[in-house]
Design a protein around this ligand. Sequence first.
Ligand code: NAD
Length: 287
Amino acid sequence: MAKLLKGQETALSISEGLGARVAKLKENDVIPRLAIVRLGENPSDISYEKGAIKRAALTEVEAEVFQLPQETSQDELLGLISKLNDDENIHGILIFRPLPKHIDDKVVKNALNPQKDVDGITDLSLSGVFADSDVGFPPCTAQACIEILEYYGIDIKGKRIVVIGRSLVIGKPVAMLMMKRNATISVCHRSTKPQDLKDLCRSADIILAAAGAAKNFGKDLAVSGQIIIDVGINVDENGKLCGDVDFEAVEPLVEAITPVPGGVGSVTTAVLMKHVVEAAERQSRLI
Ligand code: NAD
């Protein structure tokens, strides 16, 4: 049976690690604050928001929700972002996306001050991930994958890792974060030939699946001894949450695997708080 790499345990460890840092900020009269900007009533946004607020309370980060109607104009939204950028009591800003269709995503996301971009959505934040500078922050989900590996003491130096998916939220940044840790990375995507995907996966030490394809990657891709990080959050044919990996088929084969739910998804709000605390430290010149 594979070892389960549990998100809750990783998240708890991250949250506990923030205690002393938040205390130091408070000694310096700084309360780390997160602004959450949500347009409309998307149930998955609301569910994530609830989780983020709970995690904020646990880590003594203050979180404030700025909820706007779905039909809010782009100018109104840009006005709010500009106000939050200028507010020195706000250290991090999270904007739920996708935004409604009448709003230009590129314009809005890049209006964010990268120093407050705690979920790594601005081009500048992502350039920081690629250039290895702290201009912003990596996307929380990409960083959550790294945190799980670190929490379980999995050293990726020199390991062969296949990342399936090349989005800006997960695939591309996580590949960079792993390369920075000296792993050898292959990135696969929809145009990768099935046989190449199979060959690369079967010769990998670690497979990170971030494709958004329910139970798509099965035992033909996995071999014994591998570590599987399943980032996918999908709904299966019975309406149940599932990952990109066919857990029932793959789990008996491999050494360790993240469950879905209960894996990577459980770590992202803890990473978000870590980024808010770090943003507060940077902005207060405490690091
Ligand atoms: P996306 O649609 O933006 O990107 C998917 C990528 O996977 C693309 O690069 C595509 O080329 C590739 N891909 C799709 N099907 C493939 C296949 N069959 N073989 C090889 N490559 C394939 O998706 P995203 O935003 O990166 O999200 C990916 C998954 O991660 C989704 O299930 C999403 O729900 C989940 N997700 C999880 C979290 C979390 O906190 N755990 C956060 C964000 C997204």
